[in-house]
Design a protein around this ligand. Structure first.
Ligand code: AMP
Ligand code: ZN
Length: 140
């Protein structure tokens, strides 16, 4: 099992440092983000160290997503969230600060919940989309 001694989430997974744990099994752990962006902001991790989403074996990814869905449902039922954002950051350019794969579960509330995930469309031409789709398909 991959483990990085200098990694804060590896330490949380091994309970070497404390966290507000929401869920745990032999492979997956979920705990509250220490600097929540909304009430109930939770991180779901694999206990094993993988740098980010792109490095995770697909069978393990499915286990993580399963827990993400359950926590998302629980936030709506118990915290009375009106919606949820689920996101994972890959590398610095995307805002990843902790280089141990994690998924953010961010419950959303109708009134001023303080979180903003604005997606501002880029100007583009239709032909460009076709070309980009071709490039992505080629690499799959
Ligand atoms: P990211 O920018 O996607 O790498 O997010 C890392 C997240 O980890 C941030 O939201 C931090 O607040 C959170 N975080 C960092 N250290 C801890 C910790 N010891 N316990 C809980 N959450 C943490
Ligand atoms: Zn780690």
């Amino acid at each position: 099992m991959n483990y990085d001694e200098s990694c804060v989430f590896c330490k949380i997974g091994r309970k070497e440092i404390p966290a507000a744990i929401v869920y745990e099994d032999s492979e997956v752990m979920a705990f509250l983000d220490i600097n929540p962006v909304s009430k109930g902001h939770t991180l779901v991790i694999l206990k094993e160290h993988f740098r980010n989403f792109n490095e995770v074996p697909k069978n393990l990814l499915a286990k993580v997503m399963n827990v993400c869905q359950t926590i998302s449902q629980a936030s709506i039922m118990e915290l009375k969230a009106s919606g949820v954002n689920i996101l994972t950051n890959i590398e610095k350019a995307a805002g990843q600060e902790v280089m141990h794969f994690h998924v953010h579960i961010i419950p959303r509330y109708e009134t001023n919940d303080g979180f903003n995930l604005e997606m501002k469309p880029l100007a583009h031409e239709e032909k460009e989309l076709t070309n980009i789709a071709t490039m992505i398909k080629r690499a799959m």
